[in-house]
Structure formats: C-alpha cells, structure tokens
Design a protein around this ligand. Structure first.
Ligand SMILES: Cc1cc2nc3c(=O)[nH]c(=O)nc-3n(C[C@H](O)[C@H](O)[C@H](O)COP(=O)(O)O)c2cc1C
Length: 243
C-alpha cells in the first residue's frame, strides 16, 4: 500500500500527515489498522416500504444507560447518501442484526450498491421477519437483533464524497436466539462472531483468558499480591519484576 503523503524512515516505519493525506488513503490506513471491527447488519424500510439491508463495520455499542448503538454510513460520489442513512432520516428507526461467520456470503451479497427499490433481503436469500417494536424488519437468520429508534445523527465532514454521518440509535428491544445462549449469556463459541479486517478479510475471535489485576483502591492501598496467570512478569506499583 503506498500513500502519497507518507514519509519513510520514521522510527523505521512511516509517518503520515493527515492534514494533507487524500481521504481515500486515510481510509485505507484507518480500516487496515482499526481491526477487527464488529459488523452491524442494518435493516431499514425504504420510501415505498421495501426492506433495505446493508452491513456497516463503522459500528459499535456506545452507551449503556440509555443503551445505544451507532453505525456510520460514508457518503458516495457527489455526496450522495446511502439508502440506510436516507431511510433512518425518514423513518427514525433501524434494526442492528449481528453478523456471524455463517452469514458472511449473504452479508456480502447485501452490501451491493443497488437501487432503493431493490429488496436486499430477497437479493441475499434472507428472511425478513417482523420486528417487535419498530417497523423495519429484522434478519430471520441472524441470532441477535437490536431494534433501535433514532437518537442523534451527527454530521461528520462537509457532506462530500467520503464524509459521513454518525447514526446513533437507542435500543428499544432486543431478542437473542436460544442457540447462542448458555447460562443465560451470549457465548462466543455459539455465536461465531466475525469482525472486519482491512480489504476482503474477516476475523474470528481466538479467546484469551486474562485475569484482571485488582486495582489499588482510591486511598492507594497495595496491589502487591497480584497474580498474572499467563504473564512472565508481575507488576507492583508500576515496577515490573521478572520471574
Ligand atoms: C463488511 C462490510 C462492512 C461495511 N461497512 C461500511 C461502513 O461502515 N460504512 C459504509 O458507508 N459502508 C460500509 N460498507 C459498504 C455498504 O455496505 C454498501 O455501500 C451498501 O451498498 C450500502 O447500502 P445502503 O445504500 O442500502 O445503505 C461495508 C460493506 C461490507 C461488505
């Protein structure tokens, strides 16, 4: 990957002046570095009631109280809005369906840039199922659905190509399939979540068990008895002792 505003030799790597870097190059560097990204499969209703579906990896959970999710559609050439954004602006609601490994082929099919009257559920061979609270349908094949009502749209950039909008939705209803639950909790080994890497690659999680260190309390008491199960060192008040 070559970038026009990159300078070689910076601590043996490259440094980039983001004030002059063309947005397409900045985009490549960001999506190759901020990885893996969760994928929200966003369903909305089009202007004539046609279901719309598209994956968004600028997607995350952003608030617990009230519970909120976000996704960020990037503007197309000429500053044209993607259908998901136009639909949320009009209907003020959407569903974030969780993408699993099994769903990669239909998820990819649903990312096609098609006219707003094309039903992307049909295009991708998926089942549009009625939601409980919102009018937008959910993906029957997805194990988790978060039904959201629009809370905020934050404009990012000047509305030209590559600019975007941060769409924040408040979750009003969620449902979770029995098949991904054990002991009442969503289990990654049953969910098979995937994340987006740079380009056409995806990642599945390799779980690492990491025992959190007890934090020193606010009065500054000791955390000297810390056990780090898989580390080669233990840390006492910032000093590292080799084992
Ligand atoms: C895995 C994946 C993640 C994507 N993430 C985004 C994203 O975060 N933002 C974006 O604007 N487009 C993203 N896209 C592209 C959109 O899915 C694509 O432009 C789609 O046609 C938009 O559909 P819509 O016009 O129905 O909203 C992604 C595509 C894929 C395959």
């Amino acid at each position: 990957m070559r970038f026009s505003s990159a300078r070689a030799g910076y601590r043996g790597g490259m440094d980039y002046d983001f004030t002059t870097l063309p947005w397409g190059d900045a985009y490549k560097l960001i999506v190759g570095s901020v990885v893996p990204r969760p994928i929200g499969w966003i369903s909305t209703l089009g202007p004539t009631g046609t279901p719309n579906l598209a994956p968004y990896s600028f997607f995350n959970a952003v608030c617990a109280n009230p519970p909120m999710l976000m996704f960020a559609p990037v503007r197309l050439e000429g500053g044209r809005k993607k259908d998901s954004l136009a639909n949320v602006e009009r209907t003020r609601e959407f569903v974030a369906n969780i993408v699993t490994e099994e769903a990669l082929p239909p998820m990819d099919a649903s990312s096609a840039e098609v006219a707003e009257d094309v039903d992307e559920f049909e295009l991708a061979g998926l089942t549009a199922v009625s939601s409980v609270v919102v009018k937008a349908p959910r993906v029957g094949e997805a194990p988790i659905h978060f039904e959201c009502v629009l809370e905020h749209i934050v404009a990012l950039g000047d509305g030209s190509e590559g600019a975007g909008e941060l769409v924040i939705g408040r979750i009003v209803h969620a449902d979770v399939a029995e098949r991904v639950l054990r002991d009442g909790k969503v289990q990654p080994d049953l969910l098979h979540p995937v994340g987006r890497m740079g380009g056409p690659t995806y990642a599945r999680p390799e779980l690492l068990e990491f025992e959190r260190k007890p934090q020193p309390d606010r009065r500054g008491s000791s955390c000297a008895d810390v056990k780090v199960p898989c580390g080669r060192s233990r840390r006492i008040f910032g000093r590292t002792e080799e084992r």
